[in-house]
Design a protein around this ligand. Structure first.
Ligand code: FES
Ligand SMILES: [Fe+2]
Length: 398
């Protein structure tokens, strides 16, 4: 395992960390910074690749408000472009719509684009000086696939995403072969970071999800590396020295690699939990997987996509039990997240501390956010004057 992967049981800096100000979850100004720095400046998850267009078809999506067109040519190559005509900016395909055919025709003045994005014909354009159709291709957007999920980066020449060694921690889980048993997307009244924080800690579980067994016989190790935060349940065996296990266990060491084949009696019993910055939340279980990815619609509105996958051939009652368990957990989470957002919208800073063990993942989320704004946000707006010191800490492998 990469030397940068370390357990973050006690990351230096967390003891002096403070929660982020309410405006970071509610102000239009901060939201716009995030759109530029994160949603249009980094790789973001946009969906399950199985739902991308078929050969000869296209579909429009938005990425941080950016109109993007996914197009698969007849040879099967998937590309992404800005969904903006190079004439006078009409969308080639209405938001959320799909289409198909030999070429893309702009609905406004019928400029015609090939499926590789090049402009084939600009009918009626006459003779603008210096005009050459070769200079007016659709503007490309970078795309990539990791496992069964599609990623987009607004900058066309971006290097492929590198999720680092922790992405391999779920390599043995057969998520690609699982069936989608639940496909939902809901608009929720919270800032996207509120759900990311919620997902990245287990502190709330006994109180928000009382139906989940949080037995003290389960370890809940957590590691981080770059864009990935990874936690997993590990049933402790009789005789385990909890202190020793907590101090030494890392991915790649005995105990964690048996999880893909572990017997599991009920949903959320044995699982691996990845937060992939900035917007994918992935639960992987021996018999199922849950992926959630977010799209910010406004400072306090977020579209949350969810797909629940299960191994094929599962008993109907097991499928139904998984769907019901997921729906309950998700509803419990979004209700508390929307309640928290109401405080943020009221402009009230919690000025809170972070639980030094239980909120290691929240600290990881905050470190990522703060790193992207240390140049943009005046220090006076950061409630913790030691924030810069916190950012300097590298013990968590960030
Ligand atoms: S805006 Fe597309 S052809 Fe005019
Ligand atoms: Fe939760």
């Amino acid at each position: 395992m990469n030397a940068n992967v370390r357990r973050i049981d006690d990351p230096v800096g967390i003891t002096t960390a403070r929660t982020m100000p309410a405006t970071w979850y509610s102000s239009t100004e901060h939201h716009q910074h995030e759109i530029e720095a994160i949603w249009r400046g980094e790789w973001v998850c946009v969906g399950d690749v199985d739902e991308s267009p078929a050969p000869g078809a296209w579909r429009s999506i938005t990425v941080g408000g950016l109109p993007v067109l996914l197009v698969r040519d007849r040879e099967g190559v998937l590309r992404a472009f800005l969904n903006v005509c190079r004439h006078r900016a009409a969308p080639l395909c209405e938001h959320g719509a799909e289409g198909g055919g030999a070429a893309l025709s702009c609905p406004y003045h019928a400029w015609l684009y090939r499926l590789d994005g090049s402009l084939a014909r600009a009918q009626g354009v006459g003779d603008p000086e210096g005009f050459d159709v070769a200079d007016y291709s659709l503007k490309p957007v970078a795309i990539a696939v990791w496992r069964r999920w599609l990623w987009v980066h607004a900058h066309p020449n971006s290097a492929p995403p590198d999720f680092g060694p922790l992405a391999n921690a779920v390599a043995a889980f057969p998520v690609e072969g699982m069936d989608v048993v639940l496909r939902e997307a809901d608009e929720r009244a919270f800032n996207w970071k509120v759900l990311l924080e919620n997902y990245s800690e287990n502190y709330h579980t006994p109180f928000v999800h009382p139906e989940i067994d949080t037995s003290p016989t389960h370890d809940y190790p957590m590691v981080s590396n770059g864009l990935v935060l990874y936690a997993w349940d590990r049933p402790l065996h009789p005789g385990d020295d909890a202190g020793r296990v907590m101090a030494s266990l890392l991915p790649g060491e005995p105990g964690w690699d048996a999880l893909p084949a572990a017997a599991t009696g009920k949903p959320y019993d044995v699982g691996s939990y990845l937060t992939v910055w900035p917007n994918l939340m992935l639960n992987v279980f021996p018999d199922a997987a849950l992926a959630m990815w977010m799209e910010p619609l406004a400072p306090n509105r977020t579209l949350v996509h969810r797909r629940l996958y299960m191994r094929p051939g599962g008993r109907p009652d097991a499928v139904a039990a998984n769907i019901a368990a997921h729906r309950l957990v998700h509803l419990q989470d979004v209700e508390i997240c929307e309640a928290v957002q109401r405080s943020h919208d009221a402009g009230v800073d919690a000025d809170g501390v972070l639980a030094t063990f239980e909120e290691r993942g929240v600290y990881w989320v905050h470190q990522h956010v703060r790193k992207r704004f240390e140049d943009l946000v005046p220090v006076s707006r950061v409630p913790d004057p030691r924030g810069a010191h916190v950012l300097d800490d590298d013990r968590g492998g960030q």
